[in-house]
Design a protein around this ligand. Structure first.
Ligand code: ATP
Ligand code: MG
Length: 374
């Protein structure tokens, strides 16, 4: 835990959130669990818990039932009772369906690796970081798209010139490997390794991770030629875009899928997207943001278009519309249409004046929605 936390004196009846770890101290028979933090602060006395079913390493809510004053030797302690798990609080700037959020928490706390499956720009990458923040986990970002060989997860073979200018090959350890070593050093920190673009590495290379993701919990280290343990305090979250339309991806086979609990994400509902965009574009009027989000939602839900319109697109439209250089020169309706022509249609093949193209079909739909809303 961070050294910079303020310290706090607790008293009977206080309630707060903490994380318990196994008590290896003298009183471990009576109090199998110990914690040192109370919410954001550091407790001046160690917090002990006698409840048998406390989840180790998971945020829980507790109440102080006794403050044991210091004896001649020893510093005294706080005895707390566990009230139950804490529902994790994802950054309110990130939308995640409330039911998915609950499933995510339960599965993560049960130790599962999680696979986030969703269309482009539906928040998989930002959510992975928000999960780590919510659970006070160390976040390690690893992009699988750069993995070519199975060993690349742990170290990549690079050629470089040594001091005498002679080419030599060396292994450069990845941050994935470093996280495994750090996790051993810091058993009281939890690490979330985010394997982004999991289906954008070579399928054969991905096989190298199979034993890391099952109960074997080991991975081959090319630098030492030995198997590295995946410590208990390391968890994996992966993200994929699943579908034939995604070039450069490869199917995650059933045995690989089976090692994850998969959660399917989708774009936020209109009201949630409006709220997020309002926060990011405070100078834009709610009615303009509402139109940007409603039109995006209609396009996403139109079965004839198959337009998976990323939240990057709605943000891009708002970026244009909120800038005086762009919007001051135009009537509001013209500005909206111009912004959408670029931010929405520009993402698809073809031109807006070619009705037979994807961009043209989306443009026709946008025009009809705008006309209808008049
Ligand atoms: N559910 C969401 N809540 C808040 N912001 C979101 C959400 N979905 C997308 N965004 C915004 O859209 C942008 C893209 O999000 P992100 O990179 O997380 O998407 P992704 O699902 O990982 O996409 P890709 O499949 O292309 O990697 C970010 O700026 C992010 O803030
Ligand atoms: Mg992503």
């Amino acid at each position: 835990m961070s050294e910079s936390k303020s310290s706090i004196s607790l008293k009977e009846g206080d309630q707060f959130e903490t994380i318990f770890w196994r008590n290896e101290g003298a009183q471990k028979e009576t109090f199998p669990f110990r914690a040192t933090t109370a919410g954001e602060a550091q407790s001046k006395k160690v917090i002990l818990c006698a409840d048998k079913n406390v989840p180790v390493g998971k945020p829980v809510r507790v109440r102080v039932i006794r403050v044991k004053r210091p004896q001649s030797e020893g510093r005294g302690f706080i005895e707390a009772t566990c009230l139950g798990p804490v529902e994790f609080r994802i950054d309110p700037d990130i939308y995640v369906d409330p039911l998915i959020s609950k499933k995510l928490q339960v599965l993560l706390e049960a130790g599962y690796s999680i696979l986030l499956d969703g269309p482009q720009g539906s928040g998989k990458t930002v959510l992975s970081k928000a999960i780590a923040d919510a659970l006070d986990m160390e976040y390690v970002y690893f992009n699988c798209a750069s993995v070519y060989e199975a060993t690349d997860f742990i170290a990549t073979l690079q050629v470089r010139a040594n001091e005498s200018g002679v080419a030599e090959t060396i292994f450069i350890p990845t941050n994935f490997r470093q996280a495994l070593l750090d996790a051993v050093e810091q058993p009281h920190r939890r690490f979330l390794i985010f394997l982004d673009e999991f289906n954008r590495c070579r399928p054969m290379a991905r096989n190298g991770l199979m034993p890391a993701l099952d109960s074997t919990r080991k991975v081959y280290d090319p630098e030492t030629g030995e198997l590295l343990d995946i410590p208990e305090n390391v968890q994996f979250v992966s993200a994929i875009n699943n579908g034939d339309q995604f070039a450069g991806t490869s199917a995650v086979d059933p045995a690989q899928m089976d090692r994850f609990a998969t959660l399917k994400l989708d774009y936020p509902p209109v009201d949630a997207e409006v709220r997020i965009l309002q926060g990011r574009f405070p100078s834009l009027s709610t009615s303009v943001i509402q139109q940007v989000a409603e039109i995006a939602s209609e396009l996403r839900n139109d079965e004839n278009l198959e337009a998976e319109l990323s939240m990057r697109a709605t943000q891009e439209a708002c970026t244009l519309l909120s800038h005086p250089l762009f919007s001051d020169e135009m009537e509001a309706e013209e500005a909206l249409q111009e912004a959408l022509a670029t931010a929405y249609c520009g993402r698809f093949q073809g031109r807006i004046d070619d009705e037979g193209s994807d961009a043209g079909a989306i443009w026709t739909k946008i025009r009809s929605i705008v006309l209808r809303k008049k």
